[in-house]
Design a protein around this ligand. Sequence first.
Ligand code: UGA
Length: 445
Amino acid sequence: MKICVLGSGYVGLVTSAVFADMGNDVICVDIDEGRIEDLKSGKCPIFEPGLPELLNRNTHEERLEFTTSAAKAVTQSEIIFICVGTPPKDGGETDLSQVKAAAKEIANNLNGHKIIVNKSTVPVGTGDFVREIIEKFRNGNGSFDVVSNPEFLREGQAISDSLHPDRIVIGASSEESASRLLEIYRPWDCSVFVTDILSAEIIKYASNAFLATKISFINAVANLCEVSGANVSEVAKGVGADKRIGSGFFDAGLGYGGSCFPKDVDSLIHTANKIGPGFELLREVVEINENRISRFVDRIVERIGEGGEKPLAGRVIAILGLAFKPETDDMREAKSVPLCRMLVDYGAQLRAYDPIAIDNAKKILGEENIEYCRSAYDSAKGADAAVIATEWREFIQLDLDRIREALSGPVIFDGRNIYVPAQVAKAGIEYHCIGRAPTLPEGKG
Ligand code: UGA
């Protein structure tokens, strides 16, 4: 099938690569010339395991090409995927300007019959909006239909999520369009759910909002565990064993970040307020999430700080992990950002390390009061405490004896609960984590 993908961001590139790999002819378009030049010369502009190989293979085998010419791509394709950015505006509303621009490009180049598939995360009603834009600006006598096909991939495992999703959702208003989409997805072995466009649009936001709610819920339970002396890991296991609840996506920590959950929850609240019923539950979800960092920093101050406006003045803190989650260099809404800012505001000097996100982190956090280090051991050198902010695998396997030797104060504050408390105690390190009692070094309990 001849497919055009508008947008070469996360979703656009992964969609292009995967559809090409399934034997389709794909043209991926972006208005950013530099990005397209990079892609043409084999450079992948984002960090995503497995993506560069997939892009290169399919480019080499001539099933995938990149262009800045939407005209060429649209006129040559039967199916057009809109995969452009939908960033937040102030107040949570979704900025649809890139969707609008994409719809105008399609309208200007309408020939034959096109199926226009919205894969960008867009508020309910955007399918109609795209249809209206195309009707208004259409040029030529082609026909079209609009379909919604939300994407559920996660950064860091985007390829395997795309190839093995839990479900594919197709929102269509005609059987013909739905069956064209079903044809594209024929190689997939998973449940495919065909519904109307409005429902498909809400499915995407409701899924992300539910997952965010699950995280805030277990974080609120973690607060309760901290005060009562219970263990949130045990509680999550016991609660999650109920199949109706499930144990996945139930890890307490510093809260959710990234380019999707924070903006999508805000957008759903905005939409719910705009069209009527409101969604107060989600306001609480956001508030719990926003309070994670100050609560965590309070515990650091309580243990290694003093009084006054700069309670951490003179303290050196190692920060292990900066990316919003492992396997990505993405710093968007990373919890490390408010964490580092608050620690610096309180007077701390930071020694930060991340396996791949340091360059992106520097752009956001700058270099004042933060020294970026070459390894976890390097960042621990002479620090009064180490803080785990991202659960990178290499931190789980750290030699804790080496960490203790490097630290001047052997204390770890673990915002992601990556260690078994007894293991840290055995290494002679005091351990403070989320929703579990602190443990002292062995022999000092
Ligand atoms: C999320 C969804 O999981 C995808 O299904 C969706 O397609 C994507 O948003 C999107 O809308 O584009 P992603 O943002 O890549 O994917 O990251 P997740 O792996 O879902 O993690 C989100 C945040 O939740 C991270 O900050 C992570 O640390 C946090 N999290 C996750 C927890 O705090 N606890 C958990 O148990 C799981």
